[in-house]
Design a binder for this molecule. Structure first.
Ligand SMILES: *Cc1c(COP(=O)(O)O)cnc(C)c1O
Length: 393
C-alpha cells in the first residue's frame, strides 16, 4: 500500500496534521473514530443505501464511441455527472453527514469557494434535518449567486467571510474559528482530499466507490478490471482520488492527473499546482502549494471555479513526486474547446473542470487497443453562462 495514507496521515513526505493547538481535540476525535465507524457494517449499509437510492449509484460506465473513433483509442466515461446534484461531491458529503451523526453532532459547518461543495453539504443537511452553516467569501457570494440561492433554498445559512481577500481561504479561516468555538456539537465537512489528517484519507475512502464501480463495470464489459489509464481533473483532488483509489497500487494502470493551467502555466494566472507548487502548509496539511519566495500563498486562477485552488491534496503531491502519476496542465482555451467537442460528439455537456480532462487527447497519444477511463466529474449546467460568454452562443 505504497500510495495510501499511513497511520499518521502521510503520503510519502506529504500530509499530516498541522493545526492550531485549540483544534487538536476536534481532529483527534475524528481520527480516533473514523475508521471504526466506516468499517462498521451498519454504517456501510446505510451509506450504500443512500448512494444507491438518493445519489443514483452505481453511475454508468459508458463507452464513448464517437470520441474513441476520433482519437483512435478506447475511451470509457465514468458518469459522475449523473449523481444527484450533478457531480461527485455528494458521495463525500453523504459519507460525512453519516459520520457526523455517529459522532453525535447536530450542527454542520463547511466552507465553499465556488459554492459546489456548499450545495452538496446543504443538500445532505436538508436530507438529515441538521443545521447547516456555510462560510463563503463575500466576493465569492457575489460571483456565485445561483449556488448561494441553492444553499438558501435547501435551508442552509450562508455566512460571508469579510476579511482578507474575501475568498476561499478567508472562508476556511472562519470555518476553523467556528469549529474551535464549537468543538462538542459541530462537525466540519471538508469538501476535497485536503485538510489535516484524517480528512484526506476519509474523503478518499468515501469517494473510492468510484473506482470500485469502475472495476466491476470494466470486468463486465471488457473481461478485465483494470484499464490502461485512469484520467481525472484535479482541483483539491477528490474526484481523482476516487477514480484512482483501487488502482493506486496496481502499477500497470497509468494514472493521469489534469490540472488547470489557466492562461498558461507561466502566465501568473494559473492553478497548475504540481508544475508551480513548492512544499508548504495549507489547510492543515503539508503538501505542494503555489507560493511566493517568502511563503505567501499565491492567488490561483482558472476559468473553472472548482479547479481554482492554490494547493493539491497530499495524495496527489505524493503521486507527483514519486512519479506514480503523470501530471498534465491544460489552459482555459484548451478546456473550453474540449468541452464543446464532447458536447457535440457525445451529447454530454461536461462541467468546465471535467473539460480539462478531455483536453488531454490533444496532448498525449494512446494506442488503439488502450482502455482509457475518464472520470466525468460533473455536468456543465452550472457553467452554461461561461460557455455562452466564451463561444458567444
Ligand atoms: C469541485 C469539482 C472538481 C474539483 O474538485 P476535486 O476535489 O479535485 O474533485 C472537479 N469537477 C467538478 C465537477 C467539481 O464540482
Amino acid at each position: 500500500m505504497k500510495y495510501q495514507a499511513d497511520e499518521n496521515g502521510y503520503y510519502g513526505n506529504f500530509g499530516g496534521a498541522f493545526i492550531p493547538e485549540m483544534l487538536y481535540p476536534n481532529t483527534e476525535e475524528l481520527r480516533l473514530n473514523y475508521l471504526n465507524i466506516m468499517e462498521d457494517p451498519s454504517f456501510e449499509k446505510e451509506f450504500h443505501a443512500l448512494l444507491k437510492d438518493y445519489v443514483g449509484r452505481p453511475t454508468p460506465l459508458y463507452f464513448a464511441e464517437r470520441l474513441s473513433k476520433k482519437y483512435n483509442t478506447r475511451i470509457y466515461l465514468k458518469r459522475e455527472d449523473l449523481c444527484h446534484t450533478g457531480a461527485h461531491k455528494v458521495n463525500n458529503t453523504i459519507g460525512q453527514i453519516l459520520m457526523a451523526k455517529r459522532l453525535g453532532k447536530d450542527r454542520i459547518i463547511a466552507e465553499t469557494g465556488a459554492g459546489q461543495h456548499g450545495v452538496a453539504t446543504a443538500t445532505v443537511c436538508a436530507l438529515m434535518g441538521i443545521e447547516c452553516i456555510v462560510y463563503m467569501g463575500e466576493i465569492d457570494i457575489a460571483r456565485q449567486a445561483p449556488n448561494v440561492a441553492r444553499m438558501k433554498m435547501l435551508g442552509a445559512e450562508v455566512r460571508p467571510a469579510l476579511s482578507g481577500s474575501r475568498t476561499l481561504k478567508d472562508a476556511t479561516n472562519e470555518a476553523i474559528r467556528d469549529w474551535i468555538n464549537n468543538p462538542v456539537n459541530t462537525h466540519y465537512i471538508i469538501g476535497s482530499v485536503v485538510g489535516p489528517h484524517p480528512y484526506p484519507d476519509m474523503v478518499a475512502r468515501f469517494q473510492s466507490v468510484v473506482s470500485k464501480e469502475i472495476k466491476s463495470q470494466l470486468l463486465e464489459k471488457e473481461g478485465r478490471e483494470n484499464p490502461d489509464y485512469v484520467v481525472a481533473c484535479v482541483g483539491g483532488g477528490s474526484n481523482a482520488a476516487g477514480a484512482y483509489y483501487h488502482y493506486l497500487d496496481e502499477e500497470e494502470v497509468g494514472i493521469i492527473a489534469v490540472e488547470a493551467a489557466g492562461k498558461g502555466v507561466h502566465s501568473g494566472e494559473s492553478a497548475a499546482t504540481s508544475a508551480l507548487g513548492k512544499i508548504g502548509i495549507i489547510h492543515g496539511s503539508k503538501t505542494l502549494l503555489m507560493q511566493t519566495e517568502d511563503g505567501q500563498i499565491t492567488e490561483p486562477y482558472s476559468i473553472s471555479a472548482g479547479l481554482d485552488y492554490p494547493g493539491v491534496g497530499p495524495m496527489h503531491a505524493h503521486l507527483y513526486e514519486s512519479g506514480r502519476g503523470e501530471f498534465i496542465s491544460i489552459t482555459d482555451d484548451e478546456a473550453m474547446q474540449a468541452g464543446r467537442m464532447v458536447a457535440e460528439l457525445e451529447g454530454i455537456i461536461p462541467a468546465i473542470e471535467t473539460s480539462h480532462a478531455f483536453a488531454i487527447f490533444n496532448h498525449r497519444n494512446f494506442k488503439p487497443e488502450d482502455l482509457v477511463v475518464i472520470n466525468l466529474s460533473g455536468r456543465g449546467d452550472k457553467d452554461l453562462q461561461t460557455y455562452i460568454d466564451y463561444f458567444k452562443l
